[in-house]
Design a binder for this molecule. Structure first.
Ligand SMILES: NC(=O)c1ccc[n+]([C@@H]2O[C@H](COP(=O)([O-])OP(=O)(O)OC[C@H]3O[C@@H](n4cnc5c(N)ncnc54)[C@H](OP(=O)(O)O)[C@@H]3O)[C@@H](O)[C@H]2O)c1
Length: 389
């Protein structure tokens, strides 16, 4: 069997590392052409030694010297900078690009992959959130495929195959509800970084873990689903399901609901995307029904978790509104993680940034990048005001 040639962006992160484990479990099925990270030179060098790809990219140029030193004499081309990350998507003889970068920093590489007409295994949901209007026409033109690596979207992708587009009533995205789903709002300002990083069911990178605690992650997922499945936001519901066993559901017009289940394990959506269109044997997330926890379902409280309500509003508005939401959130989450702001202020900053900035309704890439830049600037200004009062 001819191995599939992969480029893996964000290989040192939680999804990137799980992806490399899946590849290691399947010798001979994949050849890695390039790996990329932001600044973790040590882990990237270790990953190089295991896989020996011809290209490596470390986006942060201040750390690339360290990587070159670690791999002195090795037959590998080492590049750095944001443009080089994007260029990896255009390398010769690549079948699939896995984008597991965190944040809007992954957008241009996703677009380039789609522009090349390649398969994009996408964990970087921020690409679709920010660049939503750009992807559908490009996909139409090049025939590229986006294969989601998000447990919810992987579930929806599989479930939609159970009926025709005209037979869809709604998509139901499940949410664990995060660690604070039962905490009274008055206590939100006492939440520490350590508490917010303790996700009840998933082990993930810090940004998405905080996003799960504010329900921004669910908001980003609703917007991602709008783009990925061409379904309006009002046909997408969110239901709180703390056990994270059902990853999403699809309801058809006859009121039949189909669901996809597994124990929480990101290697399952990863294996599904990497091998698509083939389904291969795997035990990742296998369900033992006799040991399943009781499954419960609840309505999300949009007054306590306003970020989800705002996400629905920006999804309906479209254009650059989701890019503004995303950028303000990225700035606010970073500040929270560095103890610069309080937990509820993340949502305040998103809300104020979205309210303050103009939305371009049919944007090109430059409009989106400009909206992202302005939203970051606005979010920083708002944080400055919070600190001086
Ligand atoms: N983790 C999950 O279970 C999960 C589930 C569903 C979806 N996702 C999505 O997958 C993406 C990655 O999440 P994660 O949890 O794996 O994040 P993570 O653990 O923080 O890893 C992020 C990866 O991106 C790299 N990176 C960070 N900033 C970058 C930049 N400016 N340019 C290029 N690379 C950069 C990091 O490199 P360094 O290590 O060098 O910093 C690292 O390799 C996110 O979009 C997230 O929403 C994650």
């Amino acid at each position: 069997m001819v191995p599939k040639n992969l480029v893996i962006l964000g290989s040192t992160g939680s999804i990137g590392r799980s992806c490399l484990e899946v590849i290691a479990d399947r010798p001979g099925r994949f050849a890695v052409r390039a790996l990329a990270a932001h600044s973790n030179a040590e882990l990237l060098a270790e990953q190089y030694r295991a896989l020996r790809p011809p290209y490596l990219c470390l986006v942060d140029d201040s750390r690339v010297g360290e990587l070159r030193q670690l791999l002195k004499g090795e037959p590998v081309e080492i590049v750095s900078g944001e443009d080089e990350l994007v260029r990896l998507a255009t390398l010769d003889a690549v079948d699939m690009v896995v984008n597991a970068v965190v944040g809007a920093a992954g957008l241009r590489a996703s677009l380039e992959t789609v522009r090349m007409g390649r398969m994009l295994a996408l964990a970087n949901k921020e690409s679709l959130v920010c660049g939503g209007p750009l992807f559908p026409p490009l996909i139409q033109e090049t025939g590229a495929r986006i294969l989601p690596i998000d447990s919810e979207h992987s579930a929806i992708w599989q479930l939609l195959a159970c009926g025709r587009e005209s037979e869809l009533k709604r998509i139901v995205i499940t949410a664990s509800g995060g660690p604070f789903r039962d905490l009274p709002t008055e206590k939100f300002s006492e939440i520490t970084v350590k508490q917010a990083l303790e996700h009840p069911t998933w082990k993930m990178g810090p940004k998405i873990t905080i996003d799960s605690a504010t329900l921004v992650n669910k908001g980003l997922e609703v917007i991602e689903a709008v783009v990925l499945f061409s379904v309006p936001a009002d046909k997408i519901s969110v239901v709180i399901h703390p056990q994270s066993v059902i990853h999403s559901m699809v309801e058809f017009i006859d009121s039949s609901v189909v669901a996809q289940l597994s124990m929480p394990d990101m290697k399952l959506p990863i294996v599904h995307a990497l091998f698509w269109p083939e389904r291969v044997r795997s035990d990742y997330g296998a369900v033992d029904f006799e040991r399943l926890p009781t499954m419960t379902f609840d309505k999300p409280d949009l007054n306590r978790f306003r970020a989800l309500r705002i996400a629905y509003e920006v999804a309906a508005r479209g254009g650059t509104a989701p890019a503004i939401y995303n950028a303000a959130n990225e700035v606010a989450v970073k500040a929270f993680l560095e103890s610069g702001i309080k937990f509820p202020e993340i949502t305040d900053i998103i809300e104020n940034s979205v309210d303050k900035l103009n939305v371009v309704s049919s944007p090109g890439l430059d409009d989106i990048l400009e909206a992202d830049r302005k939203a970051r600037e606005t979010a920083r200004e708002l944080m400055g005001k919070l600190r001086c009062c």
